[in-house]
Design a protein around this ligand. Structure first.
Ligand SMILES: [Zn+2]
Length: 346
């Protein structure tokens, strides 16, 4: 099969399109013909060797995969060739205390697509049948590929971790990103008042079309000041943070007393200063969030299939143009997800 690999960590030019052996299904596994594979910023960190995961090249990137089952391994039941599926991002044990209590992203022996399997920047992938998720007929392959990580992460952060309630106010940092725009749609669906930040008027306009109540351009405006102006000086109940660096402090400064900041990423700075005194005197909470569980993915796929949320596909690239696709993502110009499509005309 054709796959995009890197043999050493580095920039875009380490990516190479190569012929590799077709995967075979081991017992309990299926092989999937990949029809769409979404890019994520994690892919850049992995390629550059700064992901803090144990990655050893040669490596095929890609954690978000959609396709049709091409072969079924020994002992697999409930799935047949031709079924349209996506693997849950994580390969979890199903038996530890976290898996047994619906918190499988905290599994004691976690595996991940592309780490414990090959990756999605390829024509095929072999993966465990235990974690497959069926894709509703109403969703295209590209839309499904744009759903799992963006909407699964947003659901887990907003509702499971931060427990966002109807009518509460919410600040979404970088609302034009994949998980930002997904959070916006889910928050509006739940009846929240949403303030969002972005670096360009274009992204803010797109976000307003998705229901954003108050738009803040963080390059031109002071975020906490604008949040206070929009909330009668109180601050928001919840901050949705996935950026890190100075955005973390801006988020804390935008919270109301007893407010919750939920965070799942730190691309703009992983180590940040933290002033303890105002934090406890205003009784704020900082809540970590990691991935999502499989049931949450099924929930958001169902919402997308019913048209209640819209997975956003910014651009589709043929597999062979993975370098161009990653470059587009690294310029951060997109609104929504970038998807690779094996077999598309180059
Ligand atoms: Zn487990």
């Amino acid at each position: 099969m054709k796959a995009v690999l890197f043999h050493e960590f580095g920039g875009l030019d380490v990516l190479q399109v190569e012929e590799v052996d077709d995967p075979q299904p081991a017992a309990g596994e299926v092989v999937i013909d990949i029809t769409a594979s979404a890019l994520n910023h994690l892919d850049v960190d992995i390629r550059e060797g700064i992901s803090r995961f144990d990655v050893r090249p040669p490596f095929i990137l890609g954690v978000e995969v959609v396709g049709r089952i091409a072969a079924v391994g020994e002992g697999v039941t409930g799935w047949k060739v031709g079924d349209r599926v996506m693997p849950y991002l994580m390969d979890t044990c199903g038996e530890c205390r976290y898996c047994r209590t619906g918190r499988e992203s905290l599994c004691l022996t976690p595996g991940f697509i592309s780490f414990t399997t090959t990756g999605g920047y390829a024509e095929q992938i072999a993966c465990s049948a235990r974690h497959l998720i069926r894709i509703p007929d109403a969703l295209s392959d590209e839309a499904a590929a744009a759903t799992q990580i963006a909407f699964g992460t947003a659901w887990h952060m907003l509702f499971t971790r931060a427990r966002l309630q109807p009518g509460e106010s919410l600040l979404i940092n970088c609302v034009g990103s994949g998980i930002g725009s997904a959070a916006l749609q889910l928050a509006k669906l739940s009846g929240a008042f949403v303030i969002g930040t972005a670096s360009t008027e274009d992204k803010l306009t797109r976000a307003k079309e998705l229901g954003l109540d108050v738009a803040v351009n963080y390059r031109e405006q002071d975020v906490p000041t604008e949040v206070m102006r929009a909330t009668d000086g109180r601050g928001v109940d919840v901050v949705y943070e996935h950026v890190g660096g100075e955005f973390f402090q801006m988020g804390l400064d935008s919270l109301t007393k007893d407010g919750r900041l939920v965070i799942c990423g730190g691309h703009s700075g992983e180590i940040v200063p933290f002033d303890i005194i105002p934090f406890f005197r205003t009784q704020k909470q900082v809540i970590g969030s990691f991935v999502y569980n499989r049931a949450e993915v099924e929930t958001v796929l169902d919402l997308a299939a019913r048209g209640l949320v819209t997975p956003l596909v910014y651009k589709v690239f043929p597999l062979e143009q993975a370098r161009d696709a990653m470059e587009t993502m690294e310029r951060r110009e997109q609104f929504g997800k970038i998807v690779l499509k094996p077999g598309a005309a180059t």
